[in-house]
Design a protein around this ligand. Structure first.
Ligand SMILES: [Mn+2]
Length: 394
């Protein structure tokens, strides 16, 4: 019989190191029942520590897990609106016979509260938000409420806080589609419920000089004729949205793409993007680097940057520009939105630049919606089935 080797006792130093470095875990405050379609009920508070009731009601966790919290009431209104309009399968079991959103007193209080509270959250955020995986990344929504509610059912049916994912939206929430107001009310409600894991990045349509020329103000006026302040309230939130996200210190996310460096420089440093002002009302004239983050597109051409003819503003960036930006900042990939893609995503620059677009049927070629996930160091592009024929209740 072989002699068993005596194992060396671990040095106490090792234990001390582990002890001093770990961040620890703690109990969440709520437990609940989840139905097969993801609805939560039977919410109970775990009494692991004493918290006074008036403090409890102000935490994001109770905002998420109290069915009577304002954000949950607003989300229910948006789902009922979608069911009433026949763009979402009725799963609530209630037959919605009334368009609750047409009640002006509801919408005015809702928009005021959502905009005021979320502005208070996003203006404190870093301009580049640093995150770890797992993440789900969404591209342009453009007022597509139906697709957004399908994403909810697939990725966070019991709310973003009950999911291990961090959700990143890359902007262009409003204009073009019919439901910019409802899309914004959903996004802002979820932001209140999960401020650290529900991230809203600014797109070029989240700029009042842009959206004032598209459908957003017309839609607000039609749906809330007695509340002209709504347009400015939403845009004050937009002025304060962060402009980029960085995942695992390696994947850079923004709406448009890589900005052109100053003469004599090879690449734009992340530190310069992080200095983007807040609030930023007109990126074009106040901080052009951010204007480019919101507008630029990738191109397969030689050289580095070319004028963006298609947009008549910003630049097209080449693979060489992508390489310089990635190498200079020690990154591996860029994930951006801003351009429609047939399967919901497309790859440029040898897979180093990814485009994601999350609004189906946006163009005449009947594009699909896509999302990107990053999980265990793997980037995956998904096409989401959003065909509504079997979803509509008619
Ligand atoms: Mn765009």
């Amino acid at each position: 019989m072989s002699q068993r080797r005596k194992s060396k006792p671990r040095s106490p130093h090792t234990f001390r190191q582990i002890d001093s470095n770990h961040e620890g875990v703690k109990w969440g405050r709520h437990s609940f029942k989840v139905s097969p379609d993801g609805r939560i009920s039977d919410i109970t508070r775990l009494n692991t520590e004493y918290t006074p009731e008036h403090v409890m009601h102000r935490t994001a966790s109770s905002e998420s897990f109290r069915t009577k919290s304002n954000s949950n009431k607003y989300l229910l209104l948006m789902r009922q609106k979608a069911e009433y309009d026949g763009i979402l399968r009725n799963v609530s079991g209630t037959n919605v016979r009334h368009d609750y959103l047409s009640d002006q007193s509801h919408t005015k209080a809702m928009v005021t509260e959502l905009c005021t509270r979320v502005k208070g959250l996003v203006e404190k955020e870093d301009r580049i938000i640093r995150l770890n995986s797992p993440v789900v990344i969404f591209g342009d929504l453009h007022g597509n409420l139906q697709n957004l509610l399908i994403f909810e059912r697939i990725f966070f049916p019991a709310g973003p806080r009950a999911s291990p994912y961090t959700f990143i939206f890359l902007g262009d929430y409003v204009d073009r589609g019919d439901y910019s107001l409802e899309v914004m009310c959903c996004l802002l409600s979820w932001k209140l419920q999960a401020p650290d894991s529900f991230i809203l990045i600014r797109g070029n349509h989240e700029v009042r000089i842009v959206n004032s020329q598209f459908t957003f103000p017309v839609e607000l006026k039609r749906k809330m004729p007695n509340f002209p302040e709504a347009f400015e309230l939403f845009n004050q939130v937009f002025d304060c949205l962060p402009v980029a996200a960085l995942i695992e210190g390696s994947v850079f996310c923004c709406h448009g793409g890589i900005p052109k460096p100053n003469e004599g420089e090879e690449f734009v440093k992340l530190a310069d993007i992080a200095r983007s002002p807040c609030p930023l009302v007109d990126p074009d004239t106040e901080y052009n680097l951010t204007h480019q983050l919101l507008w630029n597109d990738p191109v397969n051409k030689s050289g580095k940057f070319h004028f963006n003819d298609k947009r008549q503003t910003g630049f097209l960036f080449t693979e060489e520009a992508t390489d310089n930006f990635l190498k200079g900042n020690n990154l591996t990939h860029v994930i951006r939105a801003h351009e429609v893609a047939q399967n919901g995503f497309s790859l440029n620059h040898d897979g180093k630049c990814v485009t994601v677009f999350s609004s189906a049927l946006y163009d005449p070629s009947k594009n699909d919606a896509g999302v990107i996930t990053i999980f265990r160091k793997i980037i995956r592009a998904l096409t989401i089935e959003t065909n509504i024929k079997d979803l509509a209740k008619k």
